[in-house]
Design a protein around this ligand. Structure first.
Ligand SMILES: [Zn+2]
Ligand SMILES: [Zn+2]
Length: 457
């Protein structure tokens, strides 16, 4: 279906792969994606989209719209990279690439290119039929920055009828697994410094408070639902001198639960553990909100539509050369015993819709999903067994198989969107499924007075 529109992706493949490679080459960390967003906006404008830069007052967020019909379909794109992951492309060993120590370990360069291709195909349909409207949402800072949550809080996704998205993966299927709601806070303890040998009785240790807080949190684990998560990192130990009672210490917490209400409750319990630790050590503490996102709302009708669109496309088949590169790279990966038994180097088919299985991660796409019916597709750009956020993921980001499967992603996203535009009953059903789960209410988990952590230029 829709072959004549989806073929736009083939016609524009050099442009699409060029954008993906540009973003790979200019890898930028969250909220600093000036080169990536700049090039993306320039190309979208050249292709006839109306581009609004600085969406939600974030300099590297933008929207690009085409058409003025209905329904209004949103397509997400990400383009931020990860620090500590500089890596040469298309090699089978860990090899530092000259320049900043930043790399595309989550494949967001492909995410950007694939979504660009999708909206070009959707645009060709709108031009031809006059039906529908499409907006590409340029979403910065997915990696720990929760860019989409701030965009959702600013109402950027309001009025969109459905969002179709995707992400690089090791398999081909619409996402059915949920994502947890998350809250992250820093607890800063203050005590009294003193000579740890001469006058320990005068000191009040902030580091003791951090340690006791962590002990308390570890005892909490037995009495919280199995699906919850609690992680912490001590980010200030109070100094390097053991002979001084530490007067300051900080610990950063991330807590996750199945719903926003549950994570708020769990976070309040962690707050009380901090109070207990302060009481025990005669110290005081302050909390600072860091970030948060909601749980993911999944929409069966959209998953089925996406699966149909994926199954309708010619499947990306690796060449002999791509297979031998993949095989050599796979030999460098830490594989589970189950993964070791796999014979296919790349995913070799579209998987059927899996029943939602428990998952411990979170995503800021969740906050989009509370505002409008949303579907994400997993696309197998990477060799099977590739760990996310690894040098192996970075090195594959400009490979010929990654390009090929990215163009498949463009067509899968566009094919899903064109089905939704052509059949209004699908959107109606999706909206009903959405309302059933959200009651039409979205409460942003980031307080109104917290701003995105945009570094000064
Ligand atoms: Zn990531
Ligand atoms: Zn990612």
């Amino acid at each position: 279906m829709f072959e004549m529109y989806l073929s736009t992706v083939d016609e524009k493949s050099a442009l699409i792969c060029g954008l993906s490679d540009f973003i790979w080459d200019h890898a930028e960390v969250p909220y600093t994606e000036y080169e990536s967003a700049g090039e993306f906006c320039r190309l979208l404008e050249k292709e006839g989209f109306t581009v609004t830069r600085g969406a939600a007052d974030i300099p590297t967020a933008f929207t690009a719209t085409f058409g003025d019909g209905a329904p209004h379909i949103g397509v997400l794109a990400e383009y931020d990279a990860l620090s500590g992951l500089s890596q040469e492309a298309n090699v089978t060993e860990k090899k530092y690439k000259e320049g900043p120590d930043i790399g595309h370990g989550c494949g967001h360069n492909l995410f950007a290119g694939g979504s660009f291709g999708a909206v070009l195909a959707i645009k060709s349909f709108i031009e031809d039929t006059g039906k529908g409207k499409v907006t590409l949402f340029g979403c910065p800072a997915e990696e720990g920055g929760n860019g989409k949550v701030y965009m959702a809080r600013a109402g950027v996704f309001t009025g969109v009828d459905a969002v179709v998205s995707w992400h690089p993966e090791k398999m081909y299927m619409p996402r059915t697994r949920p994502a947890l709601a998350l809250i992250s806070k820093i607890y800063s303890f203050t005590g009294v410094a003193s000579h740890a040998g001469g006058s320990p009785h005068l000191g009040r240790s902030a580091l003791d408070a951090v340690e006791l807080m962590n002990v308390g949190a570890n005892f909490l684990r037995e009495h919280m639902p199995l699906t919850c998560r609690v992680h912490y990192a001590i980010i200030d130990t109070g100094g390097e001198a053991p002979n001084i009672v530490q007067s300051h210490a900080k610990v950063k917490y991330m807590v996750r639960a199945e719903t926003l209400d549950d994570v708020l409750e769990l976070s309040a319990r962690v707050d009380r553990i901090a109070q207990g630790a302060a009481l025990m050590t005669d110290t005081t503490f302050e909390t600072k909100f860091v970030s948060a996102c909601s749980n993911l709302i999944t929409i069966p009708t959209l998953q089925k539509t996406a699966l149909e669109a994926m199954n309708d496309l010619p499947f990306p088949v690796p060449t002999e050369e791509e297979l031998s590169f993949g095989k050599a790279l796979r030999a460098t990966m830490p594989l589970t015993s189950k993964e070791k038994q796999e014979t296919a180097i790349y995913a070799d088919r579209v998987l059927p819709l899996a029943p939602p299985a428990a998952h411990g991660g979170s995503t800021d796409t969740s906050d989009v999903s509370w505002n409008t019916p949303t579907v994400q597709m997993h696309i197998g750009n990477w060799v099977k067994g590739t760990p996310g956020h690894s040098w192996q993921a970075v090195t594959q980001g400009k490979s010929s198989y990654a390009h090929k499967s990215m163009l498949y992603a463009s067509k899968a996203v566009a094919g899903t969107a064109l089905r939704l535009i052509s059949d209004p009953s699908l959107i109606e059903k999706a909206k009903a499924e959405h309302f059933e789960q959200t009651q039409g209410k979205y409460v942003c988990p980031i307080p109104a007075d917290v701003n995105p952590p945009i570094p000064q230029k």
